[in-house]
Design a protein. Structure first.
Length: 168
Protein backbone atom coordinates (compact mmCIF):
# COMPACT_ATOMS: atom_id res chain seq x y z
CA UNK A 1 0.00 0.00 0.00
CA UNK A 2 2.81 2.40 0.87
CA UNK A 3 4.53 1.64 -2.46
CA UNK A 4 1.29 2.39 -4.32
CA UNK A 5 0.96 5.74 -2.60
CA UNK A 6 4.62 6.55 -3.25
CA UNK A 7 4.32 5.77 -6.96
CA UNK A 8 1.59 8.41 -7.20
CA UNK A 9 3.80 11.11 -5.67
CA UNK A 10 7.02 10.44 -7.57
CA UNK A 11 6.99 11.82 -11.07
CA UNK A 12 7.80 9.62 -14.03
CA UNK A 13 8.66 12.73 -16.06
CA UNK A 14 11.83 14.82 -16.16
CA UNK A 15 11.81 18.49 -15.13
CA UNK A 16 11.24 19.81 -18.66
CA UNK A 17 8.37 17.41 -19.24
CA UNK A 18 6.81 18.30 -15.88
CA UNK A 19 7.12 22.02 -16.67
CA UNK A 20 5.49 21.46 -20.07
CA UNK A 21 2.68 19.44 -18.47
CA UNK A 22 2.04 22.27 -15.98
CA UNK A 23 2.07 24.88 -18.77
CA UNK A 24 -0.27 22.78 -20.93
CA UNK A 25 -2.71 22.28 -18.04
CA UNK A 26 -2.62 26.00 -17.25
CA UNK A 27 -3.31 26.78 -20.93
CA UNK A 28 -6.21 24.34 -21.01
CA UNK A 29 -7.63 25.96 -17.88
CA UNK A 30 -7.42 29.36 -19.61
CA UNK A 31 -9.34 27.91 -22.56
CA UNK A 32 -11.94 26.55 -20.13
CA UNK A 33 -12.18 30.10 -18.73
CA UNK A 34 -12.90 31.30 -22.29
CA UNK A 35 -15.71 28.75 -22.50
CA UNK A 36 -17.07 30.05 -19.18
CA UNK A 37 -16.94 33.59 -20.58
CA UNK A 38 -18.98 32.44 -23.57
CA UNK A 39 -21.48 30.75 -21.24
CA UNK A 40 -21.71 33.89 -19.10
CA UNK A 41 -22.23 36.32 -21.96
CA UNK A 42 -25.71 37.23 -20.66
CA UNK A 43 -24.23 38.07 -17.27
CA UNK A 44 -21.52 40.26 -18.73
CA UNK A 45 -21.83 44.02 -18.60
CA UNK A 46 -19.56 44.49 -21.61
CA UNK A 47 -20.36 47.37 -23.93
CA UNK A 48 -19.13 45.15 -26.76
CA UNK A 49 -20.23 41.59 -26.03
CA UNK A 50 -18.22 38.96 -27.85
CA UNK A 51 -20.79 36.17 -27.94
CA UNK A 52 -24.48 35.60 -28.67
CA UNK A 53 -26.02 33.35 -26.06
CA UNK A 54 -27.51 30.34 -27.81
CA UNK A 55 -27.05 27.89 -24.94
CA UNK A 56 -30.20 26.67 -23.17
CA UNK A 57 -30.07 26.43 -19.35
CA UNK A 58 -29.98 22.62 -19.39
CA UNK A 59 -27.13 22.58 -21.91
CA UNK A 60 -25.34 25.27 -19.89
CA UNK A 61 -25.49 23.12 -16.75
CA UNK A 62 -24.15 20.08 -18.65
CA UNK A 63 -21.27 22.13 -20.07
CA UNK A 64 -20.46 23.57 -16.62
CA UNK A 65 -20.40 20.05 -15.19
CA UNK A 66 -17.99 18.94 -17.91
CA UNK A 67 -15.77 21.97 -17.27
CA UNK A 68 -15.59 21.01 -13.59
CA UNK A 69 -14.74 17.43 -14.55
CA UNK A 70 -12.00 18.53 -16.95
CA UNK A 71 -10.51 20.83 -14.30
CA UNK A 72 -10.54 18.00 -11.78
CA UNK A 73 -8.71 15.81 -14.30
CA UNK A 74 -6.15 18.57 -14.94
CA UNK A 75 -5.46 18.78 -11.21
CA UNK A 76 -5.33 14.98 -10.96
CA UNK A 77 -2.79 14.82 -13.78
CA UNK A 78 -0.57 17.36 -12.03
CA UNK A 79 -0.95 15.62 -8.69
CA UNK A 80 -0.05 12.28 -10.28
CA UNK A 81 3.25 13.75 -11.39
CA UNK A 82 3.92 15.53 -8.07
CA UNK A 83 3.48 18.93 -9.71
CA UNK A 84 2.21 21.68 -7.44
CA UNK A 85 -0.34 24.14 -8.76
CA UNK A 86 1.12 27.63 -8.71
CA UNK A 87 -0.53 29.98 -6.27
CA UNK A 88 -1.76 33.32 -7.67
CA UNK A 89 0.96 35.97 -7.58
CA UNK A 90 -0.88 39.04 -8.77
CA UNK A 91 -3.21 40.93 -6.48
CA UNK A 92 -6.60 41.81 -7.97
CA UNK A 93 -6.05 45.45 -6.96
CA UNK A 94 -2.82 45.50 -8.96
CA UNK A 95 -4.48 43.96 -12.02
CA UNK A 96 -7.25 46.57 -11.79
CA UNK A 97 -4.68 49.36 -11.48
CA UNK A 98 -2.76 48.11 -14.53
CA UNK A 99 -5.94 47.78 -16.62
CA UNK A 100 -7.01 51.31 -15.66
CA UNK A 101 -3.56 52.62 -16.57
CA UNK A 102 -3.88 51.05 -20.03
CA UNK A 103 -7.39 52.51 -20.36
CA UNK A 104 -5.97 55.96 -19.57
CA UNK A 105 -3.36 55.45 -22.30
CA UNK A 106 -6.08 54.33 -24.76
CA UNK A 107 -8.06 57.48 -23.95
CA UNK A 108 -5.00 59.63 -24.71
CA UNK A 109 -4.79 57.90 -28.10
CA UNK A 110 -8.17 59.49 -28.93
CA UNK A 111 -6.74 63.02 -28.85
CA UNK A 112 -7.22 65.09 -32.03
CA UNK A 113 -3.44 65.18 -32.48
CA UNK A 114 -3.19 61.40 -32.41
CA UNK A 115 -6.29 60.94 -34.55
CA UNK A 116 -4.71 63.08 -37.28
CA UNK A 117 -2.66 60.00 -38.09
CA UNK A 118 -5.90 58.58 -39.54
CA UNK A 119 -6.67 61.68 -41.60
CA UNK A 120 -7.47 65.35 -41.10
CA UNK A 121 -9.58 66.14 -38.02
CA UNK A 122 -12.17 68.89 -38.49
CA UNK A 123 -12.69 71.56 -35.84
CA UNK A 124 -15.99 69.93 -34.84
CA UNK A 125 -14.30 66.53 -34.82
CA UNK A 126 -11.61 67.88 -32.50
CA UNK A 127 -14.26 69.29 -30.17
CA UNK A 128 -16.10 65.95 -30.17
CA UNK A 129 -12.90 63.98 -29.53
CA UNK A 130 -11.91 66.28 -26.67
CA UNK A 131 -15.39 65.86 -25.16
CA UNK A 132 -15.20 62.08 -25.43
CA UNK A 133 -11.74 62.12 -23.86
CA UNK A 134 -12.75 64.45 -21.04
CA UNK A 135 -15.84 62.38 -20.18
CA UNK A 136 -13.96 59.08 -20.25
CA UNK A 137 -10.97 60.47 -18.35
CA UNK A 138 -13.23 61.84 -15.65
CA UNK A 139 -14.88 58.55 -14.76
CA UNK A 140 -11.74 56.42 -15.27
CA UNK A 141 -9.66 58.73 -13.08
CA UNK A 142 -12.37 58.65 -10.41
CA UNK A 143 -12.31 54.85 -10.42
CA UNK A 144 -8.51 54.79 -10.47
CA UNK A 145 -8.39 57.19 -7.52
CA UNK A 146 -10.89 55.04 -5.66
CA UNK A 147 -8.82 51.90 -6.26
CA UNK A 148 -5.62 53.61 -5.15
CA UNK A 149 -7.18 55.15 -2.07
CA UNK A 150 -9.59 52.47 -0.85
CA UNK A 151 -8.55 49.11 -2.23
CA UNK A 152 -4.78 49.26 -2.30
CA UNK A 153 -3.73 52.07 0.07
CA UNK A 154 -0.67 50.12 1.27
CA UNK A 155 0.70 50.14 -2.27
CA UNK A 156 1.31 53.88 -1.91
CA UNK A 157 3.91 53.09 0.74
CA UNK A 158 6.28 52.18 -2.07
CA UNK A 159 8.64 55.02 -3.11
CA UNK A 160 7.63 55.05 -6.81
CA UNK A 161 3.96 55.19 -5.87
CA UNK A 162 4.53 58.14 -3.51
CA UNK A 163 6.15 60.13 -6.31
CA UNK A 164 3.52 59.43 -8.97
CA UNK A 165 0.47 58.77 -6.82
CA UNK A 166 0.08 55.49 -8.72
CA UNK A 167 0.99 51.88 -8.17
CA UNK A 168 3.98 50.71 -10.07
Amino acid sequence: MNEERQSHTISSLNDSQRRNLRIACKHMDALLKDIEDALNTDRSHSAFPKYINDIAPLERKAIEDYLALIRAQLLHALEGQAIEVEKPKIKASHAIHIALTFIEIAIEELSPGRMRGYGPVSENGAIDLNTVMRELQSVVQQLHGYVLQHISPNALDRPAARKTGKLG
